[in-house]
Design a protein around this ligand. Structure first.
Ligand SMILES: Nc1nc2c(c(=O)[nH]1)N(C=O)[C@@H](CNc1ccc(C(=O)N[C@@H](CCC(=O)O)C(=O)O)cc1)CN2
Ligand SMILES: Nc1ncnc2c1ncn2[C@@H]1O[C@H](COP(=O)(O)OP(=O)(O)OP(=O)(O)O)[C@@H](O)[C@H]1O
Length: 195
């Protein structure tokens, strides 16, 4: 199956989850992460606001705030084509929709941070495999943003962990030369360490 076909099929699967299934999944996801040293030791955590049936990290954000961690949201970079910056997300942060209609902090009020300044990045995904393979929405945003991990191994690097519904797992994703592998994937019932 092509990446495009696989993306359509997996997006349909997550969009079909009911409100109750989504609620339960996000509670379980938090429990999975609260057992992980990657989460417990991180101070600066990039996360996202759920869209298109993605597993909802809001409970993780609330738990992180309680633990005095700093949360950040991806913002489409105003100049660098299809790259992300990260803006601090606090309870009072003002949000506005981007061109995909996903809310993001307004650049005027919150400070920008570069990708390498994160300790942990919790990535949205459409599909994943046990090898750390990730299929996203198709914009290449995360791959471009984190290509420095491969290009410049001496830079500090965040831990990249995908968040997923169990139904988004596939045996083996087709790999592309620009793919940046995940270190792990947290789902509603498991934590997968990439093999
Ligand atoms: N929640 C969330 N935030 C995110 C991402 C994501 O995957 N999920 N991104 C990860 O890269 C970036 C945005 N990338 C995205 C790429 C495509 C679509 C999307 O919905 N595409 C529609 C067409 C929308 C349109 O063009 O108006 C589609 O394919 O149906 C959304 C986000 C940054 N923020
Ligand atoms: N590091 C890069 N440099 C240049 N182009 C890239 C890079 N990474 C990805 N791309 C381009 O972006 C396009 C989309 O890539 P891909 O389908 O892997 O996105 P994705 O990982 O599913 O999306 P996202 O990360 O936004 O959720 C590809 O056509 C690819 O050519």
């Amino acid at each position: 199956m092509s990446r495009t076909q696989l993306r359509a099929q997996l997006r349909q699967a997550r969009q079909a989850l009911t409100f109750q299934q989504q609620q339960l999944a996000s509670q379980r996801l938090l429990k999975v992460l609260l057992n992980r040293p990657e989460f417990l030791k991180a101070k600066h955590i990039a996360v996202y606001l759920a869209n298109d049936g993605e597993i909802n990290p809001l409970k993780i954000i609330e738990a992180a705030w309680e633990m005095n961690k700093h949360c950040y949201l991806p913002v489409l970079h105003p100049i660098y084509h299809n790259r992300l910056w990260f803006l601090r997300y606090r309870p009072k942060t003002k949000l506005a929709p981007n061109r995909f209609n996903i809310l993001e902090p307004t650049v005027r009020t919150e400070r920008l941070k570069s990708a390498w300044a994160m300790d942990l990045v919790l990535l949205p995904l459409v599909g994943f495999d046990q090898y750390g393979g990730r299929l996203g929405m198709g914009g290449g945003f995360y791959d471009r943003t984190f290509e420095f991990i491969v290009k410049n191994p001496l830079k500090p690097r965040p831990n990249l962990v995908g968040l997923a519904h169990e139904c988004q797992q596939v045996d083996k994703l087709p790999t592309a030369s620009w793919d940046i592998p995940l270190a792990g994937i947290a789902s509603d019932s498991n934590y997968y360490i990439a093999r």
